[in-house]
Every structure is written in structure tokens, then in C-alpha cells.
Ligand binder design. Structure first.
Ligand code: SF4
Length: 485
């Protein structure tokens, strides 16, 4: 089953997660920014979710709707294409990132315009659309405030909902002062002043742009309607002012009927921004003379989604509605930030989605970027069991590795040795007693300084790279139990 092609888009990092995380952990400013931002969103989310008495029933309904879509994706997609076409839109099918980039570039070129405005779209980041447009001489202007900060800072997004979460106010002011044409040189780092500067800058772009490119949160198969939820109103400008609108959407974003939106429009704002309802919800269907864009194109993107759908235990990742609640509760994400994941999809959902879209070999370290604490599953509004999926993907990674080795890997040899020791009662008891002799205790102390790492043979040496070796207890449970009887 084809996966997302290498060399195009933003699904693969240049480093493995442990290497990239080590660099991120050495940045105390980044950790402070992340802890402040995720802590605030977590508290807001918890408060508004607690107000909804049937929250668990809503979660179950959302999961059931998404599973129904995934089980019948072909027919729902055909239905969507028919409805969009009936209402004057044009549907394009893109097997992968390269094909989607080519389709969108050709559509923009055909309008004669060399500038586009964009409203937030993870799908276009996933396929690296801005870079493809730039290569064709087309300038793309991000209009979501956080994405504008990322673009002006020549940076990469590090959070699904708050792409500039790694930046604080004074860093944003510095970016605006150095990169934003016509900005007031006395600009302060007050949020209202920063928002006003962005508003003035973007207003000119909205009024001059002939083409807009958007993503979509949902598409309704029954009616052909597309839905975008956002907080600033910039999306509404993008969706209504330009003459041509091009929407790039992953094929999994469908809901069967308009009434299904009722479930998701309750779950999404509370899970993402901690709001009871979303400030701007834009819904459009095809084109309407004298109202909004004259041309509407919908690009339906696969890019590894069909391959994900083919994995029975991994396909639930396609339920994701990109609320980012799992990122905000993840202890790993809170310490490393999003860049360490190397993909446009960071955090727990990124750790299960990116390896499936690219094939696990290309993102083999991501399923291990988790403590399996389960906080992500608890908050997920579509009840994706991310911890179980991580274990499944770890197994796929290990099976892949084993298939490529004629000899067992060090980890497999270590596990086989542990399994042999634990299967024999006498052997295990003897090992526990040996541990108490103090050697492991000494190594535990040394592991903090790195000396233990050097003393332990592989694979134990890599185990203590990121953990302290536990001190063996003074008395084992078995010995204690024997004494009590
Ligand atoms: S996996 Fe669940 S919690 Fe995480 S972004 Fe997707 S919908 Fe939200």
C-alpha cells in the first residue's frame, strides 16, 4: 500500500526523536514557554469539559461516526464528490503530496495570480505546499496569526493548534519588528498591540488576493458542505473575499450527514481551546453567483491514509479531529516541544499518525516517544486508544528490524535472556539475590553520572541513557513472603 513519498512535505525529521529531544531539553526558555502555554490550555479544557454531563456519550458517538465513515470511506467520498460537483465545485484526487502540490500549483497558475492567502491547513503543511508554490514563483501568505508568526520567523510549527507555542511575546515582537513590512518601530509586546500589527498587515493581503487556499475541519458527504472552525475571523476573510478558493483536505475528514456536525462542534472547541463554542465556524457548499468565490476546487488527499486504513489496529488514528488535547496533557511533549517529533503532527497523535503515513521504517523512533501513561487517551474527544496503538506500532518497528537482521538484535537478545531467566523460579530467585549484592545498586548511582552507561553492556547501556537504573529492594517479595508463612 503506497505511503507518503520521501523528499516532499513535512512528515519526516532529519534526526531521530531521542537526538532531537536531547537538544530541545537543553533549552530552558522553550520548556518554560511550553509549560506555561500547555498548563493554561489544560486548565481551561478541564473546566469546560466538566460542565458537559454527557461528555463520555459524546465521545462514544464521535468515535462511532468516524468508524462508520472509515468503514465505508469509498462510498462517502463518492457521495461527497457528487454533491460538490452538483453545486459548482470541482473535485481533484491526489494520491500523494507530490500530486497534490502539482494540482494546486497548476490551479493557481491558471488564474494568472502569483500571490495566495492561506487559512490554517495542516494538510498543506503536511505536503509542503508553500515550498512547492515558492518553487513555481508563487508567494503564499499565512493568515492565521500563529502561522503568520511561524512563517515570518522562518520557523516550523510545533503544535497543532498553536503552531508558535514555543515563542513568547517578546520573541514575537522581535520577529514582527524584523520581518513585517511597515510595522510601527515602537511596537510593544502587549498581546493587543501584536494582534493589531498583524491585523493591519493581513488586511492588505486579504483585499488584494485573488486566490485563497484553505484546509477543512470537516466535509459533509450528504450535502457537499465544507467546514472550517477558527478563532480569529481571518479564515472567514480567506473563504469569502478571493475569486478562487482551493481547499486541500485529507480523505478522512468526512462526516456522513449535517446532523453529525452537532457532535463534533461540541467536542472540538472544548477539547482544543477550552471554549464552550467556536468563535468562527464557516460552512460553504460549492459556488453561488454574487456571493463568495466564483471558483471552488476541492483537492482530496491520500498521502498514506489508505495505508493507515489498511492496518486494523492503527486505523483509528484517522478518527483524529486535530484538537491537540493529547499534546497538552503529554508529559513528553511538554518537555520536548513539537519540533523534536520532526513531523507537522507532533505529540501523541503524531507518534501514531506520522509513522503510519510514511511507513514505520521512516519514523521508527516516534512510537517510542511516550511513557504510555494514558493521559492522551483520557482526553481524546474521539476516544483514540493511543497507548495501545503505540505498543502495536512498536511491535511493527521491531518486526521490521528483525526481518532485516540475520542475527537477533541486542534488544531481542536481551529480551530472550530476560524471558529465560523469568521462566525458571530458581534462576530468577538467584538473579534477584545477585542484584542485592550491590552491584546493580552501585551502577544505579553511577548511571546518573554516565559511568553506569559505560559499565553496562548493550542493550542495557541504551536503557540507562534516559533513565536511572532502579535500586534493587533490600528484600524481595518472594523472600518476605517466605518469612511470613
Ligand atoms: S488524537 Fe484525539 S486528542 Fe489528539 S489531536 Fe487527535 S482528536 Fe485531539
Amino acid at each position: 500500500m503506497p505511503t507518503a513519498p520521501p523528499g516532499v512535505g513535512q512528515l519526516r525529521g532529519e534526526q531521530s526523536f531521542p537526538d532531537a529531544a536531547e537538544a530541545a531539553l537543553a533549552n530552558p526558555q522553550l520548556r518554560r514557554n511550553l509549560a506555561n502555554a500547555t498548563g493554561a490550555i489544560r486548565a481551561k479544557r478541564a473546566a469546560v469539559v466538566a460542565e458537559v454531563q454527557d461528555w463520555q456519550e459524546l465521545r462514544a458517538a464521535a468515535a462511532a461516526i468516524k468508524d462508520e465513515v472509515l468503514a465505508n470511506l469509498d462510498s462517502y467520498l463518492s457521495q461527497l464528490e457528487a454533491r460538490v460537483t452538483e453545486r459548482g465545485g470541482v473535485v481533484h484526487w491526489a494520491r500523494d503530496a507530490a500530486e497534490a502540490n502539482r494540482i494546486v500549483t497548476e490551479l493557481v497558475m491558471a488564474t494568472g495570480s502569483r500571490e495566495v492567502v492561506k487559512v490554517k491547513s495542516m494538510a498543506t503543511q503536511e505536503i509542503g505546499l508553500n515550498e512547492a508554490l515558492e518553487a513555481a514563483g508563487i508567494l503564499a501568505f499565512e493568515t492565521d496569526l500563529a502561522e503568520l508568526i511561524v512563517q515570518l520567523g522562518h520557523d516550523r510549527p510545533s503544535h497543532i493548534l498553536v503552531p508558535a507555542i514555543h515563542r513568547n511575546r517578546s520573541e514575537i515582537r522581535d520577529i514582527f519588528l524584523s520581518e513585517m513590512a511597515g510595522v510601527d518601530p515602537e511596537l510593544t509586546d502587549e498581546p493587543a498591540a501584536l494582534a493589531e500589527a498583524a491585523r493591519r498587515y493581513l488586511r492588505q493581503k486579504f483585499l488584494s488576493a485573488k486566490v485563497a487556499i484553505s484546509g477543512a475541519n470537516f466535509a459533509v458527504a450528504e450535502t457537499g458542505a465544507l467546514v472550517i472552525v477558527e478563532s480569529e475571523g481571518n479564515g472567514r476573510m480567506c473563504l469569502t473575499l478571493p475569486e478562487t478558493l482551493i481547499t486541500v483536505m485529507g480523505i478522512e475528514k468526512l462526516v456522513p450527514s449535517f446532523t453529525d456536525l452537532e457532535v463534533f462542534l461540541q467536542l472540538l472547541p472544548r477539547s482544543s481551546t477550552g471554549e464552550r463554542m467556536n468563535p468562527y465556524t464557516s460552512i460553504w457548499t460549492g459556488v453561488h453567483p454574487g456571493d463568495g468565490p466564483k471558483e471552488f476546487h476541492l483537492v482530496l488527499l491520500d498521502n498514506g491514509r489508505t495505508a493507515t486504513l489498511a492496518d486494523e489496529q492503527g486505523r483509528a488514528a484517522l478518527r483524529c479531529i486535530r484538537c491537540s488535547a493529547c499534546l497538552n496533557v503529554c508529559p513528553v511533549y511538554e518537555r520536548t516541544g513539537g519540533h523534536a517529533y520532526g513531523s507537522v503532527y507532533p505529540g501523541p497523535i503524531g507518534a501514531v499518525l506520522s509513522p503510519q503515513l510514511t511507513g514505520v521504517a521512516d519514523n521508527a523512533s516516534l512510537p517510542f516517544a511516550s511513557t504510555l501513561c494514558g493521559a492522551c487517551y483520557d482526553v481524546c474527544p474521539v476516544a483514540i486508544d493511543i497507548p495501545t496503538m503505540l505498543v502495536h506500532l512498536r511491535d511493527r518497528v521491531n518486526q521490521d528490524k528483525a526481518a532485516g537482521h540475520r542475527l537477533p538484535t541486542a534488544e531481542a537478545a536481551g529480551m530472550a535472556a530476560a524471558s529465560w531467566a523469568m521462566r525458571g523460579r530458581r534462576r530468577w530467585t538467584w538473579l534477584l539475590r545477585a542484584a542485592r549484592l550491590g552491584r546493580l545498586a552501585q551502577l544505579s548511582r553511577l548511571s546518573r553520572s554516565g559511568a553506569g552507561r559505560r559499565l553496562l553492556p548493550p542493550p542495557l547501556s541504551s536503557w540507562v541513557n534516559s533513565r536511572d537504573l532502579p535500586q534493587p529492594p533490600a528484600q524481595s517479595f518472594r523472600d518476605w513472603w517466605s518469612e511470613q508463612r
